[in-house]
Write a protein that binds this ligand. Sequence first.
Ligand code: SF4
Length: 337
Amino acid sequence: MTTPLLDVRNLSKTFVARRGFMGGESAVVHAVSDVSFSVAAGEAFGLVGESGCGKSTTGRAILRLVEPDSGAVLLKGEDVLAANPRRLRALRRRMQIVFQDPYSSLNPRRTIGQTLTEPMAVHGLGSARKILEAVRMVLAEVGMPIDAANKYPHEFSGGQRQRIGIARALVLRPELIVADEPVSALDVSIQAQILVLLRGLQQRHNLSFVLISHDLGVVRHFCSTVSVMYLGRIVERGPVPAIFDEPLHPYTRALRNASPVPDPKAKVIMGKLEGEVASALSPPSGCHFHPRCPHVMEICRGVYPSWVQVAPDRGVACHLYPAGIGSTVSAAAAPGR
Ligand code: SF4
């Protein structure tokens, strides 16, 4: 078996939140619990779920922009969480992040040229002449004119700023990009252009992506594999489009039914995802989705469901699919499809 480019194993992260008058009381928020997945070289992997489900924290924990409490992150077998500062800097060169809001992630007082040369200078990647050449190349690659290097972030539109954010990630020639809601702040027509750009970069450089999005349409368009997260945990994982065409988990089904359908001829009934996501400060007992689930059973209220691998590339955590049932479960048999 080949080693995946990225292997995330049982990743967990908690935060301590202050609550109550004057912030006197504290509570533990389980932002990410026991999250595992792997990403092959050149693969686009999606993490999808509603706001607050832990997908962005997972993305940041992979790069140690937040320090995980436990678990493992392996980049081509090398332990990212055990890396000392010098090794971590080298590993971060190979893993980059693109943020949702490029305006707030770009320094308004630095020209685009300064923003793009800085990471290369920090990593000691060549002479000033080589660095300038690399900046010129990367700007052209993301469809920006060369003179953009002399301008400031406020001189660009949202779509152009996201191209610059992508250029900043790309300039170090990473193997993996964590893209955290990279198009959700953009108009729909610009979203499509940015996704086409990312797809081209993926194919040209055999780049791997962890694409974090609340938008099923974006994940469906861009990713080949997806994990669905709910309140800090992965509840279903599998290939695209099977996950969206034949969802097993009631939450995936509800998300799918609540998503706009890009094809006007498609016979998908638009629904509404009932209820609010529970607070991560006090998640419901048992299956965290049980207060919103139309199939809730007594066991769901008290016991968190085990992970069931229903096929080699497909798994789900739901009591509708008892542990041990294995590959006898078919998507077609999922209740309430
Ligand atoms: Fe619904 Fe129970 Fe499955 Fe949770 S475990 S999604 S409550 S059926």
